[in-house]
Design a protein around this ligand. Structure first.
Ligand SMILES: Nc1ncnc2c1ncn2[C@@H]1O[C@H](COP(=O)(O)OP(=O)(O)O)[C@@H](O)[C@H]1O
Ligand SMILES: O=P(O)(O)OC[C@H](O)CO
Length: 500
């Protein structure tokens, strides 16, 4: 029988689960997608039902394999990529979760984080993990589960339970409970992992009071970690790639060289700059993280997370009723000569990197009687450019090399006006790939490399195809004036500027 030459990538995201089959030329052969329920049991709490996630992973994977006209025998390997930081705890004997997953957006541990910061633990956390103390990461979510689910801590101490991010949970289920592992990128988001030594940090495990028996083994992002149960898809397919979704997008964009960068514009925006073997410690409150670990070698990235990008456009549509389709903003922004002095700071949920101001709130300023809906739409798109510019400035100030170009992806990157504005304001060429599903592609690359379908990083990078390139064209004076306008607007939005 012919060697299998397709890869199944499973992309388990925050709002939907996608399974995509790629062929040996990295072309999409079949896609299946399902949205699933979000649970908001209290203000600032966000949960997912693990069984929903598992159900959709199985259903979309089976659907994609069938739509590709294949059977499991035609799949050389599976790659898993996932929403990061989301925290699960389950029973090792039955595989039953003890609670719903606590999602990365969940803020229930904000007070616990404040206490840790006040007690002076941030320097240690930063030094070991490259992260800030924030409810975003898994450690305080796991501690919350141990303290709030009846009997959980005692059972954990007896070794009966397993902790994992979504990748680990899926791996556990797919291997029928035989493999409890995660990859180095996902481990790096738990706030328990020493990214320099690439092992769980004993000091942090003690600080967060986490029983060590809960923790998964940490594997490379590209290696065979197990085989799925034959019963699931009809044959025991190797699971050969795992990475958090933003790191997978970096791989899917072929950003393997130090200095290469990608920004994914979806609901929010996550920008990662590859810094190679060198972890860059940020003084500008960016995150240092594992970009990928291949053949035991770790590459690092600096990451800037913007909470609101496409969500600002969604708000124009659903909150203001200014547009009916997100894509209309492209024409609207083109229609006006300039921004008319209008700026939007989309701090709807505070501001992420590099400001990390939970108390900042959104604003639109510079309004006159001449302001039109098009100006507001343009201001929303521009705000995404300015926030990206702030990230790049912070990265360079941290000592990272300025990237030669920025690769973009995610739903919002379909907007040509935005891509040109990014090129102008960043003074960088912006490239957009043919396939915007770079996250799934990255997971496929990691899995395909591990089973020898593709020849290492150079082999997969050669398979990435850019469909559009936007050259910087703005004049320096206009750029400086726009950035000055943004900084003024930003100062008004920052929570710490507001006197009681
Ligand atoms: N053409 C467009 N112009 C501007 N924003 C867009 C466009 N198309 C989609 N968006 C925005 O992008 C987001 C969807 O992107 P997607 O990558 O699917 O997000 P996520 O994976 O975070 O759910 C939405 O917030 C939407 O408002
Ligand atoms: O699932 P996404 O695409 O919203 O990504 C979520 C990030 O991994 C959170 O860190």
């Amino acid at each position: 029988m012919a060697e299998p030459r397709h890869i199944l990538a499973i992309d388990q995201g925050t709002t939907s689960t996608r399974s995509i089959v790629f062929d040996a030329e990295a072309r999409v052969v079949a896609t299946a997608q399902r949205e699933f329920a979000q649970h908001y049991p209290a203000q600032g709490w966000v949960e997912h039902e693990p069984e929903d996630i598992w159900r959709d992973v199985l259903a979309t994977a089976r659907e994609a394999i069938a739509e590709a006209g294949l059977t499991a025998a035609g799949i050389a390997a599976i790659g898993i990529t996932n929403q990061r930081e989301t925290t699960l705890l389950w029973d090792r004997a039955t595989g039953e979760p003890l609670h719903r997953a606590i999602v990365w957006q969940d803020r229930r541990t904000a007070d616990a984080c404040e206490r840790l910061k006040k007690a002076g633990h941030e320097a240690l956390v930063r030094a070991r993990t490259g992260l800030l103390i924030d409810p975003y990461f898994s450690a305080t979510k796991l501690a919350w589960l141990l303290d709030h689910v009846e009997g959980a801590r005692e059972r954990a101490e007896r070794g009966e339970l397993a902790f994992g991010t979504v990748d680990s949970f899926l791996l556990w289920r797919m291997t029928g409970g035989r493999v409890h592992a995660t990859d180095a990128t996902n481990a790096s988001r738990t706030m328990l992992f020493d990214i320099h030594r690439q092992e769980w940090s004993r000091e942090l495990i003690a600080l967060f009071a986490i029983p060590a028996s809960l923790l998964p083994e940490v594997r490379d992002s590209s290696e065979i970690v197990g085989h799925c149960d034959a019963g699931l898809f009809g044959a025991p397919i190797p699971i050969a790639g795992m990475a958090g979704d933003q790191q997978a997008a970096l791989v899917g964009q072929g950003c393997f060289d130090p200095g290469s960068a990608k920004a994914t514009y979806g609901t929010g925006c996550f920008m990662l700059l590859n810094t190679g073997e060198r972890p860059v410690a940020s003084v500008n409150r960016l995150l240092t993280t594992t970009a990928y670990r291949i053949d035991g070698e770790t590459s690092y990235a600096v990451e800037g997370s913007i909470f609101v990008a496409g969500a600002a456009i969604k708000w124009l549509r659903d909150g203001l009723g200014l547009i009916t389709h997100a894509s209309q903003t492209d024409d609207m922004a083109t229609r006006v000569e300039d921004n008319g002095g209008v700026y939007m700071v989309p701090a709807f949920v505070g501001l992420g990197a590099p400001h990390w101001d939970a108390h900042a709130r959104g604003l639109i300023c510079g309004l006159t009687l001449g302001t039109s809906a098009a100006h507001v739409a343009r201001a929303a798109l521009e705000s995404v450019g300015y926030q990206t510019a702030d990230l790049i400035t912070a990265m360079i100030d941290d000592g990272a090399a300025k990237p030669a170009l920025l690769r973009v992806d995610g739903g919002m990157s379909a907007n040509d006006w935005l891509c040109q504005f990014l090129a102008d304001i960043l003074e960088l060429p912006v490239e957009r790939p043919a396939n915007l599903e770079t996250t799934a592609l990255g997971a496929a690359f990691l899995a395909g490399m591990a089973v020898g379908l593709w020849d290492g990083r150079a082999g997969v990078a050669a398979l990435t195809r850019q469909a559009a390139r936007f050259e910087p064209a703005g004049d320096p004076d206009t750029r400086a004036a726009l950035l000055a306008g943004w900084r003024q607007a930003l100062a008004r939005a920052l929570g710490r500027q507001v006197s009681e």
